[in-house]
Write a protein that binds this ligand. Structure first.
Ligand SMILES: *[C@@H]1O[C@H](CO)[C@@H](O)[C@H](O)[C@H]1NC(C)=O
Ligand SMILES: *[C@@H]1O[C@H](CO)[C@@H](O)[C@H](O)[C@H]1NC(C)=O
Ligand SMILES: *[C@@H]1O[C@H](CO)[C@@H](O)[C@H](O)[C@H]1NC(C)=O
Length: 257
């Protein structure tokens, strides 16, 4: 399988793979997300964080060329054996494939939506003291629940420890139950397998963009890990501005900002 731990020769306390599930044709969004994550000063240590875009099979000839260009430049693409127009099963394929396809394992694996703004440093800090095993972390559903042991973590962005990623690939429970809302299914799998004894809901640090989703939304707050449902340019602007993502830009005679 995947014995080696990514970055295990360094002083990182843990490693995290963030897989952003998105579609092949969303070139401009990937470009924008790369800029946003590159702009955040590296949170390491404590964490080594790799961010990859997770696609299903390419279906158009131009995708093979354009996405090959992205791979040559960024090497941050994972293409799974699945069909993008299939509403169901991509999250299962994602987790169950990783132990087979990754050259090395991570301590944690995150599944994130492509309309999620993540702050890497607070995310890493929030995971630092948590168990590395049997761990399920995220924003517990329903919106007003504070009990991570009931129901499941929202698909906006949740984290599993590596042993649970391996379990998803090996257990007979998930493979027979892959059709439906994928975040809810993950909770059902773990409950069915009596897994994830360690669960953490990071409310109020993750939430939906203000005003977009009832009680899952609240105002932007300084102690934020993730904001979900950021879709429009005015929303991205407000988020990047509020969190000072570009404040440390270096002065130069080449531009005035
Ligand atoms: C995805 O592409 C691979 C390689 O072309 C192919 O073997 C596989 O059957 C495809 N998967 C699906 C679900 O279409
Ligand atoms: C899973 O599905 C397969 C094929 O439908 C069936 O043979 C098997 O008994 C099921 N396993 C469980 C644990 O439900
Ligand atoms: C952004 O910078 C301003 C001005 O320096 C500061 O008052 C504010 O607290 C910062 N916001 C966050 C979320 O760190």
């Amino acid at each position: 399988m995947t014995p080696k731990l990514v970055g295990d020769s360094s002083n990182h306390q843990f490693t995290l793979l963030i897989g952003i599930l998105t579609k092949p044709d969303k070139y401009e969004l990937r470009h924008f997300l790369r800029l946003i994550y590159a702009a955040q000063s590296p949170p390491s240590p404590p964490a080594k964080i790799d961010i990859k875009f997770v696609l299903c099979n390419l279906t158009k000839p131009e995708q093979r060329i354009f996405i090959s260009l992205e791979i040559k430049r960024f090497d941050d693409i994972i293409i799974l054996d699945c069909l993008e127009n299939m509403n169901n099963g991509k999250t299962y394929t994602y987790f169950s494939s990783l132990p087979e396809i990754l050259p090395a394992k991570y301590d944690y694996v995150m599944k994130a939506d492509d309309d999620l703004f993540l702050r890497l440093k607070p995310l890493a800090s929030s995971l630092e003291a948590l168990p590395r095993q049997d761990m399920y972390y995220g924003f517990v559903i329903p919106c007003n629940s504070m009990n991570p042991f009931k129901h499941y973590m929202s698909g906006m962005g949740f984290v599993l420890s590596w042993d649970l990623v391996e379990w998803i690939g090996e257990s007979v429970i998930p493979v027979n139950n892959t059709f439906g809302p994928e975040d809810k299914l993950v909770g059902q799998w773990l409950d069915g397998g009596k897994k994830a004894k360690n669960r953490f809901s990071n409310k109020p640090a993750m939430y939906d963009y203000p005003g977009t989703n009832g009680r899952c939304s609240h105002d932007l707050i300084p102690d934020t890990i993730g904001v979900h449902r950021v879709k429009r340019w005015d929303q991205w602007f407000r988020v990047l501005d509020f969190f000072n993502v570009t404040k440390d830009i270096k002065p130069s005679r080449l531009y005035t900002l």
